[in-house]
Design a protein around this ligand. Structure first.
Ligand code: SF4
Length: 218
């Protein structure tokens, strides 16, 4: 089954997801950094805290104290590390780009990606989420959900860059499709394709997926 038909099936089943849920590009970045090893519900709590303390701009975070930031991001776990990384990122943005994200994103995608990857706490998944959802770049983030679902579907496997190439080759080069597809796969994995108890019988992709049959015959 082609990627476009998977996309259409998921879209029909779950509806549009309108990711990333944020009020600004900078909020997308903060969310992407905080969501590592955390649930989205806890990230939302941290975002609410940062908003309440008026700390959701590069300048405000750059000037905040680490304990102040720790208090806000505490619900997401690893809060000491995350508070420091957020402040370092905001300071970097202020120092190098005068806090202007549009300058960071004005370079060729590869250069911005390499730059993001050189910063503490930003790995490929976070960098690509930032590039897609904050920078509006055609780059597909691969997370553990995507890896699991696509391996089970028997469509793609391998390392991060191999999986990413699969999406880049097979998805229509359309920003809305990229944004929605990533969000839809997350929904599928959370609602149906869980790690230990996939609900294959009710899954919208069950006709295309042989995982259950392979699994039972193992
Ligand atoms: S049919 Fe089962 S294994 Fe395949 S994608 Fe759906 S939930 Fe996952």
């Amino acid at each position: 089954m082609g990627q476009l038909s998977i996309y259409k099936k998921l879209l029909k089943h779950f509806g549009k997801q309108y990711w990333w849920p944020a009020e600004s590009e900078f909020e997308v970045i903060v969310g992407a950094m905080l969501t590592q090893q955390s649930t989205w519900r806890n990230v939302e709590k941290a975002i609410v805290n940062l908003k309440r303390e008026r700390l959701l701009t590069p300048k405000a975070i750059a000037q905040a104290s680490v304990p102040e930031l720790q208090k806000c991001v505490r619900p997401t776990g690893f809060y000491r590390q995350k508070a420091r990384r957020l402040r370092d990122f905001a300071r970097y943005l202020e120092r190098k780009y005068n806090g202007k994200l549009e300058l960071l994103f004005s370079k060729p995608v590869k250069d911005t990606r390499d730059e993001l990857l050189s910063l503490d706490g930003i790995g490929p998944e976070t960098a690509d989420s930032i590039l897609l959802y904050a920078g509006g770049k055609l780059i597909f983030p691969i997370d553990a959900y995507t890896k699991r679902v696509y391996e089970r579907l028997g469509l793609a496997e391998g390392h991060y860059s191999e999986l990413q190439k699969f999406f880049h080759y097979n998805l229509p080069r359309d920003l809305v499709v990229y944004k929605e597809m990533h969000a839809l796969i997350v929904e599928l994995a959370k609602d149906y394709c869980s790690k230990n108890k996939p609900l294959c019988g009710e899954c919208p992709l069950r006709e295309q997926c042989s995982f259950e049959r392979r699994f039972i015959n193992m």
